[in-house]
Design a protein around this ligand. Structure first.
Ligand code: NCD
Length: 304
């Protein structure tokens, strides 16, 4: 594996090798010295053209725990604001000796283009509404840890599927790993062609909750919307939000997941976000282990 651009690129064995390696990496998090010398002398550039809290800091920590040198580049405050292109920016960073570029970009397909311009590895940290493969990997890792497997789980993904790269990557990876996925959203927030995805579609959240092992709530991505996709926030929340009454319809073992950032009171009630079923904080912790595994495997490690 040279790049990680899409969850679609991952076969079952490859995905499981990443999850197993992440399991090893997570042991490090329990030690007082949380560092391995594996990537000493290698340079990882975080190239972020979009805002991010979790993903950027998580990749930074992951690279540092493997002893790589890390350069954090954000488009704001750089020559990007002077009109420099992605290609020129990337070639500049490569000239300084970067071995891997972790990129988040508002344009779907940007990481793919980048991989044809530079010699090093490219990791997609979210491109437009397209994919976010490390998020899907950390979500699968969290499910496997909590429920013992991913195969045969019923996973319900709820909300703004249209704008969600998290949903796209999760549908693909979960399908590869043998889970059954149901998407629940208002018809206006489902993408054209969704019927060709390996997932069921439902418009009735209450009907699918009792059959779900995992329910994954998505944020309504207002910043990507240029029109009204639903009548009011109250109406959205009433039909597609997860509150305590709805959560009570889940089986006892079921998990509530959210990739963050959460809009409390909109897609998820505070009492649900903070409940014992919620894995939101665990997902963040697991993200570091999964990204360590990805960087390790891409930059020359073998999964033993
Ligand atoms: C998401 C993203 O940026 O795609 N967050 C994340 O990476 N954890 C989802 C979102 O912005 O709602």
């Amino acid at each position: 594996m040279k790049h990680l651009l899409s969850a679609e690129d991952l076969g079952r064995d490859e995905a499981i090798a990443i999850l197993d390696t992440a399991e090893q990496m997570s042991l490090l998090g329990d030690r007082s010295v949380k560092k391995l010398p594996t990537l000493r002398g290698r340079t990882v550039v975080n190239l972020f053209y979009e805002d991010s809290t979790r993903t950027r800091t998580s990749f930074e920590l992951a690279a540092k725990r493997l002893s790589a040198d890390v350069v954090n580049f954000s488009a704001r405050g750089s020559s990007v604001s002077k009109g420099e292109s992605l290609k020129d920016t990337a070639l500049t960073l490569e000239a300084m000796g970067s071995d891997a570029v972790v990129i988040r970009h508002p344009a779907s397909g940007a990481p793919h283009r980048l991989s044809s311009w530079i010699r090093g590895s490219v990791v997609n940290a979210g491109d437009g509404t397209h994919e976010h493969p490390t998020q899907a990997l950390l979500d699968a890792f969290t499910m496997r840890r909590r429920l013992g497997r991913v195969n045969d789980l019923s996973v319900t993904i709820v909300g703004d599927v249209l704008h969600s790269r998290v949903a796209r990557s999760n549908v693909r990876l979960l399908h590869t790993l043998g889970a059954g996925v149901t998407l629940v959203a208002p018809p206006t927030l489902l993408p054209v062609g969704v019927e060709t995805w390996p997932a069921e579609i439902s418009y009735d959240l209450d009907a699918v909750l009792p059959k779900s092992d995992v329910v994954m709530m998505l944020r309504v991505q207002a910043e990507r919307m240029n029109a009204a996709f639903f009548p009011t926030e109250r109406e959205y929340s009433r039909r597609y939000g997860l509150d305590a009454d709805r959560m009570a319809m889940l089986p006892d073992h079921a998990l509530v997941m959210h990739p963050g950032p959460m809009v409390r009171g909109m897609e998820i009630a505070s009492e649900v976000a903070d409940s014992v079923r919620s894995t939101v904080v665990e997902q963040v912790a697991n993200g570091v282990s999964v990204r360590m595994a990805v960087l390790y495997l891409l930059l020359g490690g073998s999964p033993e």
